[in-house]
Design a protein around this ligand. Structure first.
Ligand code: ATP
Length: 420
């Protein structure tokens, strides 16, 4: 056994240098750090390799030494979609957890049920070499008996249920939490309900609890707020022009009505091979109309929207992940975090706008980030059907300072070209 662990450790130092010092990135604000001697816990690295990971991404290389430093340090980190933020903070939790202690020590908040389940799977996979380690899901519908204390060392969940577990139901003793993770931190802060709940949870945690905030986007006001609530944080921030991934090609198609948008979509399908696609609509109504139309055309379509029961939503994602359906039509409920490697195309059937009708730049980035995961190539196509939506698209281009090219979906040669 010792030999096996030794081999893993040797390999780790060469190929997954989680103890490497950080490079001198100008946008990285480091505090003095000392790497914990046991940062290379063999179980940790066994977990990394079991996932098939050989090399760390930039965010992993930069964030891990900070997160594993002794004493634990706080971190607010931004990195593009699909660059492995989840694995980074999961490793941080696993490095701190003491499986022999049968009570919650790490708490991770996700904005949605689906994302909590997905992140939970990553924790389970990466943590499978810790025999005693258990994970609890604090999500709607997971009912425990009142008055009991849970023994699972890591808890992942949505803010409302986690808050109930920490306060009203007292399943968790928040004073024993060592690591607190906010995934998709900006939406947690920007959404009123989530913000209140997350802050109330944070206030119950011990002063020295490590706080880790991760997202692909941090709008300015949210960034400021995060810096206010996280004591003395390390910061990894992207410059605006770094936020979009060049591996995701972005186009728009000019149409004049909903039916024309549908036709353009059919033309796209007729011209290129699409492994799996995610199509985003503004409303549930449009999403169900579109799903029905695509089914009539013979596509295997899944529909996911906010009014569905959470268990139903999780089942839809699971089927899509397994490739049982090739197209997922959805609303913003699926814009963030969902990681399905085979998604080669994202379609914005409706462009993302906020409640005032202004461009929702952050959601745009998260939506298109469902493709082009971890260095893969991806295609994002935006349907524009009015002057208003053209204006939205222009403002999105300006915001990211990134040109979105026009695509003529009546021209099959042109479509074929962009797919190569
Ligand atoms: N070091 C690695 N080597 C290979 N694959 C990796 C590595 N780290 C993560 N991945 C894979 O990359 C994919 C994207 O990772 P992940 O979902 O953590 O991205 P993310 O940055 O959290 O994205 P998002 O911003 O969309 O939430 C996953 O399928 C994950 O298994």
């Amino acid at each position: 056994m010792a030999g096996a662990a030794g081999r893993v450790r040797g390999r780790a130092l060469r190929r997954f240098p989680i103890t490497l010092p950080v490079g001198d990135l100008s946008n990285l604000h480091l505090k003095e750090e000392k790497i914990k001697p046991d940062a290379n816990k063999p179980q940790l690295l066994q977990g990394v390799y079991a996932m098939g990971f050989n090399r760390p991404s930039k965010i992993q290389e930069n964030a891990l030494p900070l997160m594993l430093a002794e004493p634990p340090q706080n971190l607010i980190a931004q990195s593009q979609s699909g660059t492995g933020k989840t694995a980074a903070f999961v490793l941080a939790m696993l490095s701190q957890v003491e499986p022999a202690n049968k009570y919650p020590q790490c708490l991770c908040l996700s904005p949605t049920y689906e994302l909590a389940l997905q992140t939970g799977k990553v924790i389970e996979q990466m943590g499978k070499f810790y025999p005693e380690l258990k994970l609890a899901y604090a999500v709607r519908g997971n009912k425990l008996e009142r008055g009991q204390k849970i023994s699972e060392q890591i808890v992942i969940g949505t803010p409302g249920t986690v808050l109930d577990w920490c306060s009203k139901l007292k399943f968790i003793d928040p004073k024993k939490i060592k690591v607190f993770v906010l995934d998709e931190a900006d939406v947690m802060i920007a959404t009123q309900g989530h913000q209140d709940q997350s802050i109330r949870i944070q206030r119950m945690l011990p002063r020295n609890c490590q706080m880790l905030l991760f997202s692909a986007t941090f709008e300015d006001s949210v960034w400021k707020f995060a810096q206010k609530v996280v004591p003395d944080p390390n910061i990894i921030k992207l410059k605006r022009e770094e936020e979009t991934l060049d591996t995701i090609k972005q186009y728009y198609v000019l149409c004049s009505s909903r039916d024309e948008k549908f036709q353009a979509l059919c033309n796209l399908y007729g011209a290129i091979t699409i492994a799996q696609a995610m199509i985003f609509c503004h409303t549930r109504k449009t999403a169900s109309w579109l799903a029905a139309e695509l089914s009539k055309e013979g596509h295997q379509v899944a529909l996911l929207s906010g009014e569905m029961m959470v268990e139903q939503r999780a089942a839809v994602i699971e089927r899509f992940r397994e490739g049982k359906e090739k197209v997922l039509v959805t609303t913003n409920v699926c814009a963030r975090g969902i990681d399905v490697e085979q998604v080669s195309v994202v379609i914005n059937f409706d462009l993302p706008v906020d409640k005032d009708g202004n461009p929702d730049n952050e959601t745009y980035l998260h939506r298109i980030g469902r493709t082009g995961r971890f260095g893969k190539r991806g295609l994002a196509v935006n349907m524009v059907d009015s002057k208003h939506s053209m204006n939205i698209l222009n403002r999105i281009q300006e915001h990211f300072n990134k040109k979105i090219e026009r695509l003529d979906t009546d021209d099959l040669d042109e479509i074929e070209k962009i797919a190569n």
